[in-house]
Design a protein. Structure first.
Ligand SMILES: [Zn+2]
Length: 259
């Protein structure tokens, strides 16, 4: 148990390092495969021993070995976050073939969050393949967040995917630019992985969190009503809470069994 947990965390840290590559390159349309990582300031290729998650950042004191340029704190933060989320996945769902799929899901949410924060886009190259994967895998492996030890099932996944897509497509039309097509595809993806209950809970948590932060920004930074706040990170937060605590929260809202 402790061994598997440690492996999950280490895997999470290593893949977290790759997520940083994705976050930087996907919105800039660079290949995520080659060339290898290099310093964004001096372009010197980063040697493998300087590319160890978290540890290298600490040894280098957050500076490039060649040019001394500061390395963004976001890099180790993404690695740490991914490691912690993999631990949460393992602790919530236990060992099994659902692990690679749920690892992929939480990592996709991290990448979406940081790209949406910086570029206000949610790339199709992440959401579209994940929608297909979620739909196909639902019949076999993906654990149902509302019943951690059973498969989600294709029908629930399909209903989740369609409801997430349609609800957010309507919101896009009604909000007139407040939200984009990326959010629609992201919610179709969340639905494919978590079913209709997941769409419901993710939307609820995302909206509450988004409203609170929005009000907070207005009060503390003087941001106006028109200030553009990307919604993807709130939906990502909602979907992660759903993945880990969905059953608990849903049963609290609806003490009587439905669906
Ligand atoms: Zn450098």
């Amino acid at each position: 148990m402790a061994g598997y947990l440690a492996v999950s965390v280490i895997l999470g840290l290593i893949i977290g390092s790759f997520l940083n590559v994705c976050i930087f390159r996907i919105p800039r349309n660079y290949s995520i495969i080659s060339p290898g990582s290099s310093c964004t300031a001096c372009k010197t290729p980063i040697q493998p021993w300087d590319n160890i998650p978290i540890i290298s950042y600490i040894i280098l004191a957050g500076k490039c070995r060649q040019c001394g340029e500061k390395i963004s704190l976001i890099y180790p933060a993404v690695e740490l976050l991914n490691g912690l989320l993999y631990a949460c996945v393992y602790l919530t769902y236990g060992p099994g073939w659902h692990l690679p799929l749920l690892f992929l899901f939480v990592s996709a949410m991290i990448v979406i969050t940081f790209i949406d924060l910086e570029f206000q886009i949610i790339p199709d190259v992440i959401t579209l393949p994940c929608i297909v994967l979620g739909l196909v895998a639902a019949q076999f492996y993906v654990a149902d967040p509302f019943s951690a030890h059973s498969v989600l099932g294709f029908l629930n996944s399909l209903i989740g995917c369609l409801s997430g897509g349609v609800i957010f497509w309507l919101i896009v039309i009604l909000s007139r630019g407040g939200m984009g097509g990326g959010d629609v595809k992201m919610m179709a993806m969340v639905g494919a992985f978590t079913g209709w209950k997941g769409v419901f809970l993710t939307t609820l948590i995302g909206s509450v969190a988004g409203s609170l932060i929005g009000i907070g920004l207005m009060v503390f930074t003087g941001a106006g009503r028109k200030t553009k706040v990307p919604f993807g990170p709130f939906l990502a937060l909602g979907s992660l809470i759903t993945i880990f605590l969905g059953n608990l929260i849903f049963n609290w809202f609806f003490p009587y069994p439905i669906g």
